[in-house]
Design a protein around this ligand. Structure first.
Ligand SMILES: CC(=O)CC(=O)SCCNC(=O)CCNC(=O)[C@H](O)C(C)(C)COP(=O)(O)OP(=O)(O)OC[C@H]1O[C@@H](n2cnc3c(N)ncnc32)[C@H](O)[C@@H]1OP(=O)(O)O
Ligand SMILES: NC(=O)C1=CN([C@@H]2O[C@H](COP(=O)(O)OP(=O)(O)OC[C@H]3O[C@@H](n4cnc5c(N)ncnc54)[C@H](OP(=O)(O)O)[C@@H]3O)[C@@H](O)[C@H]2O)C=CC1
Length: 282
């Protein structure tokens, strides 16, 4: 992998750029405008500084990592000389389809198109491009510099050679790839989101306050974060989008999003990124 492009520099996109650049791979980071691209770069800078302070990397490695990142606002220009494109725009099929139409048109014929989607069908996204055999799910976890998993999602037409390349790339980033088949929510969110949704129902039905729901899961089940703190961390909008994909994909009422989650997203209370969710954030 000589060069990659990451589309979207939000919660996940900036972390994905961070790990590619830190492992010596030049990255083109694409955002909607220069202000958002600069914000993504500032977040990467802060997270690298945190690693310098903890003596995980030295100051030179931080400088080299930042030098490996180029910001762009034009997708066409950013993808025309890369081997891999990782899409990390919001969890919305129509938006991803639009982004991949642009990427497919401009990227080299051999380039691999990967989506960091949490739940949307890889096969369905792949089918919107001219190269479904070179399309794959490369699902990172939040916070990307820390979490060791990459869920590798094989679409119906994905070439085995592409699966192998993505698994090798994940290992190069010091992650552990796990291959899964393409069904709604894959494995990770099919298991995680019903737990988060049920925790929200506990608050909705007055069973317990958010802090107490989280304490139960932290102290009783040794989870590093309680499910409501984790929902804020992931983004309540992202959780709702994923639950809707599960609900519509399986046509099973067990995945119905809690009305409280819908109301909070409607109110713009999205968790860490908006400053308020189940908790207030600085
Ligand atoms: C929705 C999807 O599709 C898929 C998903 O991603 S689901 C979400 C998956 N993620 C999780 O479940 C996260 C669960 N939470 C945790 O593992 C931990 O709470 C946490 C790692 C986030 C923070 O851990 P903590 O012990 O509370 O805090 P803290 O001591 O400050 O941080 C632990 C380490 O993470 C690092 N860290 C914390 N937040 C970070 C961030 N945003 N970026 C980079 N590094 C971060 C810290 O520097 C620290 O590093 P060291 O271990 O090397 O010292
Ligand atoms: N949050 C999480 O914990 C995880 C999320 N994911 C998945 O990763 C993807 C991204 O999620 P997340 O990072 O949380 O989302 P965010 O909303 O934090 O970030 C998405 C970013 O993409 C930008 N964007 C939107 N359209 C375009 C475009 N056409 N070109 C370039 N950039 C664009 C957005 O800009 P603007 O704000 O202007 O729209 C925003 O900055 C989703 O598919 C999500 O399901 C996967 C694992 C974990």
């Amino acid at each position: 992998m000589k060069k990659v492009a990451v589309i979207g520099g939000g919660t996940m996109g900036n972390g994905i750029c961070h790990v590619f650049a830190m492992n010596g791979i030049p990255v083109n980071l694409v955002e909607m405008n220069q202000e958002l691209a600069d914000e993504a770069l500032a977040t990467i800078d802060n997270n690298l500084e945190r690693m310098v302070k903890k003596e995980k990397i030295d100051a030179d490695q931080k400088v080299q990592t930042l030098e490996n990142i180029e910001t762009h606002t034009d997708t066409t220009k950013a993808v025309n000389d890369v081997d891999l494109i990782v899409e990390a725009v919001p969890e919305n099929f129509e938006l991803k389809k639009k982004v991949f139409a642009e990427v497919d048109e401009a990227a080299p014929e051999k380039a691999i198109l990967a989506s960091n989607t949490s739940s949307i069908s890889i096969t369905k996204l792949a089918a919107t491009t001219s190269r479904p055999e070179r399309f794959i799910g490369m699902h990172f976890f939040n916070p990307v510099p820390i979490m060791k998993l990459v869920e590798v999602v094989r679409g119906l037409d994905t070439d085995s050679e592409v699966v192998e390349t993505i698994e090798e790339t994940a290992e190069l980033l010091e992650k552990n790839p796990v291959e899964v088949a393409d069904y709604p929510g894959f494995v990770s969110n099919r298991v995680l989101m019903p737990m988060i949704n049920e925790a929200i129902y506990c608050v909705y039905e007055g069973v317990a306050e958010p802090e107490d729901v989280d304490q139960v899961m932290k102290l009783g089940m040794a989870h590093p974060m309680g499910p409501l703190r984790l929902a804020d961390f992931i983004g309540l909008d992202v959780c709702l989008d994923i639950l809707n994909v599960l609900y519509e994909g399986f046509k099973d009422s067990k995945y119905r999003p809690c009305p409280l989650l819908v109301k909070m997203v409607d109110a713009g209370k999205l968790g860490d990124k908006s400053g308020e969710g189940f908790y207030k954030h600085d």
